[in-house]
Design a protein around this ligand. Sequence first.
Ligand SMILES: [Zn+2]
Length: 78
Amino acid sequence: MGAKREWILIAGILFFMIGLLGAGLPLIYSVLIAVAIYIGIKAYVGRKNLKLRQAMPEGICIHCGSKIVDAKCPNCDK
Ligand SMILES: [Zn+2]
């Protein structure tokens, strides 16, 4: 995850936390929920990236996104 997306995620969770505070939730619960969501998203993204790497050990084509077979793209390297 790039640094910019990281900050967008943090900003989104901060706004969500402020929303919870606005809804009358105590600060400590709002912070705990925000941290739990952040950790949950990080864990989800990490698992997804790991699965993607395991499913595509040779990577994907930067042009069309196809799975690379024998270091070639079946669509672009004909
Ligand atoms: Zn391709």
